[in-house]
Design a protein around this ligand. Structure first.
Ligand code: IMP
Length: 173
């Protein structure tokens, strides 16, 4: 296995996820919320977030793709759609792993808006703010990261490293 520098430990991630879940609960209280997890990267984050969330929650999954290797192509394609009846008139939380250029989140936001939810917020574990091309600011963000290609806790590099329980950077020789 390659050498990996840890950026966020399991403990740091767990603490931050709990804080976000509590902030979301303060927002919705007893109103039902639909968490839309973007596959595959956000799956660990979304599962942990839902386990910490104290209110009524439903879980939906969406898959889009834009990445090849280490760069976003900006051309988003929908691989697994949502059912409009699961979104219509619901409070929606989009759960993303990382916002980089912003193309993906912008696409997902517009796609969900067209299904007429009651409200939408975006929740990302990681935010690479300095790389933004599209002007979009996630409502909730776990950690801001520098312009580094990060892996682990669901995030992959060519489908590898998703199963690491922490977030890190591969040290290149
Ligand atoms: P964007 O469209 O450029 O904002 O890219 C967002 C998507 O690219 C994320 O949902 C990830 O799947 C992927 N991505 C962006 N940066 C990284 C990274 O550092 N590691 C792994 N995946 C990334």
């Amino acid at each position: 296995m390659d050498q990996i520098n840890v950026l966020f430990t399991e403990e740091e991630i767990r603490k931050r996820v709990k804080e976000i879940a509590n902030s979301l609960y303060e927002r919705y209280h007893d109103e039902e919320v639909v968490f839309v997890c973007t596959l595959k990267g956000a799956v660990f984050f979304a599962c942990d977030l839902l386990k910490e969330y104290k209110g009524d929650a439903r879980f939906e999954f969406l898959r889009v793709s834009s990445y090849e290797g280490e760069s976003s192509t900006g051309r988003i394609s929908l691989k697994l759609p949502l059912k409009a009846e699961n979104i219509y008139n619901q409070h929606v939380v989009i759960v993303e792993d990382i916002v980089d250029t912003g193309y993906t989140l912008d696409y997902i936001r517009k796609y969900i808006s067209d299904m007429h939810p009651k409200s939408i917020v975006e929740c990302t574990l990681l935010d690479k703010k300095s790389r933004r091309v599209v002007s979009i600011e996630p409502t909730y963000s776990g950690f801001v990261v520098d312009d580094l290609f990060v892996i682990g806790y669901g995030l992959d590099y060519n489908q590898k490293y998703r199963n690491l329980p922490y977030i890190g950077v591969v040290v290149k020789e």
